[in-house]
Design a protein around this ligand. Structure first.
Ligand SMILES: CC(C)(COP(=O)(O)OP(=O)(O)OC[C@H]1O[C@@H](n2cnc3c(N)ncnc32)[C@H](O)[C@@H]1OP(=O)(O)O)[C@@H](O)C(=O)NCCC(=O)NCCS
Length: 175
């Protein structure tokens, strides 16, 4: 089922058929994972990917979508972990390296926030980015997120080779 279509991208729940070699290559690409909580581990296998897809697809607290462009190509993923008690969700996303710079992440975040507020009744969407992740800073800014806090020297950045601040940002429904 296609969830939503905008000008550039559409979102569909991640399915087993998305577990391709290309998707796997993003998860093993240090340039893609360097700003993620999981960091760069390498050695991510197709079996691990199958397990994650199975697990997330049966977990009602996870909204996990493949980002597709209009010729059907899978270019990235976007996810919200829902905290039902407090009606907020933690947002994260990746775009495969070959697809960067086309506005895909900006638009996927917009669609996902609409969905989370209007279909899932969330009040707030929260996220974090490292202070050296300029792409994410812009994506959140363009989608109306506000900085609500700075966690000092909170994350290790392999690309900057230093401890970096994590900016905590949020978008509130109706804000
Ligand atoms: C960050 C990331 C999601 C950006 O995806 P994308 O589809 O290329 O982003 P967009 O094309 O929507 O770009 C949005 C803005 O960020 C800017 N931008 C994107 N990547 C950038 C980079 N590496 N350096 C500086 N600016 C960047 C774009 O120029 C654009 O700004 P503009 O509107 O002023 O032109 C992608 O690089 C990625 O997956 N990185 C690794 C994982 C990651 O960081 N996830 C987010 C964790 S919070």
């Amino acid at each position: 089922m296609t969830i939503s279509t905008k000008q550039k991208v559409l979102l569909r729940p991640v399915a087993m058929r998305d577990a391709t070699r290309e998707y796997l290559s993003w998860l093993n690409d240090p340039e893609v994972t360097k700003y993620l909580e999981l960091g760069y581990r390498g050695g991510y296998t197709i079996e691990m990917l199958h397990k994650d897809i199975k697990q997330y697809n049966t977990d009602e607290s996870v909204l996990w979508y493949a980002i597709r462009i209009h010729d059907g190509i899978h270019v990235g993923n976007i996810k919200i972990n829902i905290n039902k008690n407090h009606q907020f969700g933690e947002l994260g996303f990746i775009i495969g390296r070959g697809y960067w710079g086309n506005g895909y992440a900006t638009e996927a975040v917009e669609i996902m926030c609409d969905l989370a507020f209007n279909e899932y009744g969330l009040r707030r969407i929260v996220a974090g980015y490292y202070d050296d992740n300029e792409g994410s800073r812009r994506i959140f800014q363009k989608n109306g997120f506000e900085v609500e806090g700075i966690l000092k020297n909170h994350r290790w950045s392999p690309s900057s080779d230093r401890w970096v601040d994590e900016y905590r940002v949020a978008l509130t429904n109706g804000s």
